[in-house]
Design a protein around this ligand. Structure first.
Ligand code: SF4
Length: 368
């Protein structure tokens, strides 16, 4: 066995024990031979199976408004992109889509929007989304994740009261300079603090980073440390995909190997957390490699023919019906995996929410 492989073995033996150093993480992110990569992915799958068995969670995605007051450099839906596909779905349309997703077998409904200026017109109360959470909960009984961008602390409490379980808000990077270049004119600290507030309100939190936007391996290692410090329950990475009409339109998309290595390293660092394999970047053809790198959630399942968009790939595979539970299950089966039951997922969420310290009942000024 050569010296390089021995070093990798030494690091992988520590995987899942909280003792990986920043140097170890950087080493893992730089490996590139097929032997080394297979050892990394195998270790990640082994850890995933230890904590979750052969069960995979499935998330339905409803992007209910593509209007946004922000101007993120990488995003197709940025305020200044007049070539983007804009819509606002009505509450009835969203509930109908959520019901279809629930019937198809997803475990969670993710209600996502840009920071739609309309949401901030009612004294920042987000009453449309709050009513939507209640409606979707009532009609599906499923866990709900909300991804509306930065909101006030009392709005987070209103989300909890309405029945939300999760709050997703991606920093994209913990390199402050890169953050300034990606999330133009936005407040790095406010974005981070909002996630802490969500945790204090009893919401599970999803954190995410982008790869292929100019980050270094040490930026990535630092981001992982910050995700750990945050206490995120779900940790996501997505590859940058250049979008028409944005300042980053001419940049190239990175090799998917980077995303796969990050998924695997996240699994080593967060063995019992949820890690998505998003259909949003490469559609159904990109599912297998992400699951085999250690992911345990399939995200961005979207009902076809309802005019709903994705984020990084606004239309990819949606109307062809491949981004459905029916499209995903045969792929999982070929990998020796299966969808978890609804009860499995509900029990996981209940247990994790039970660990969070609630501060409810003491909050003044809730919008409702
Ligand atoms: S990434 Fe989100 S906040 Fe930024 S422009 Fe796009 S929709 Fe708006």
């Amino acid at each position: 066995m050569d010296h390089t492989l021995s070093n990798l073995d030494r690091i992988l033996q520590k995987a899942g024990t909280r003792s990986l150093t920043r140097k170890d993480v950087e080493y893992l992110l730089k490996i590139d031979t097929s032997d080394q990569l297979e050892l990394l992915f195998e270790a990640a799958r082994h850890l995933r199976d230890r904590y979750f068995g052969k069960k995979i969670f499935l998330y339905g995605f409803v992007y209910f408004s593509t209007f946004c007051r922000n101007d993120c450099a990488f995003c197709y839906y940025r305020r200044s992109n007049d070539r983007s596909y804009r819509y606002r779905k009505s509450a009835d349309e969203v509930i109908a889509a959520a019901e279809r997703l629930a019937e198809s077998g997803v475990h969670l409904i993710d209600l996502t929007s840009g920071e739609d200026p309309l949401m901030y017109q009612d004294d920042n109360c987000h009453s449309f989304l709050i009513d939507l959470i209640e409606g979707v909960k009532k009609h599906t009984g499923l866990s709900i994740m909300v991804s509306p961008g930065v909101v006030a602390d009392d709005v987070l409490q209103a989300f909890v009261s309405a029945g939300a379980d999760w709050y997703a808000c991606y920093q994209e990077t913990y390199n402050r300079e890169l953050f300034r270049n990606l999330r133009l004119h936005q407040d790095y600290d406010l974005r981070y603090i909002t996630k802490k507030q969500a945790l204090n309100r009893g919401l599970l939190v999803e954190e995410g980073i982008l790869c292929g936007v100019g980050e270094t391996v040490s930026d990535l290692a630092f981001s992982f440390e910050m995700m750990k410090e945050l206490g995120a329950h779900q940790v996501r990475v997505m590859s940058f995909v250049p979008q028409q009409g944005t300042p980053m339109e001419g940049r190239s998309t990175p090799s998917r190997l980077n995303e796969l290595k990050i998924i695997a390293v996240l699994r080593l660092l967060f063995p019992d957390r949820l890690i998505p394999a998003s259909l949003d970047v490469d559609g159904i053809t990109g599912l297998r490699s992400r699951i085999e790198a250690g992911a345990n959630v399939v995200t961005s399942i979207i009902p076809p023919s309802l005019g709903l968009a994705g984020v990084a790939q606004s239309k990819k595979d949606i109307d062809a019906g491949f981004r459905t539970v029916q499209g995903v299950l045969p792929e999982l089966d070929r990998m020796g995996l299966r969808a978890a039951s609804r009860e499995d997922y509900a029990a996981w969420v209940l247990a994790e929410r039970g660990k969070l310290r609630y501060r409810s009942g003491k909050i003044a000024g809730v919008c409702q």
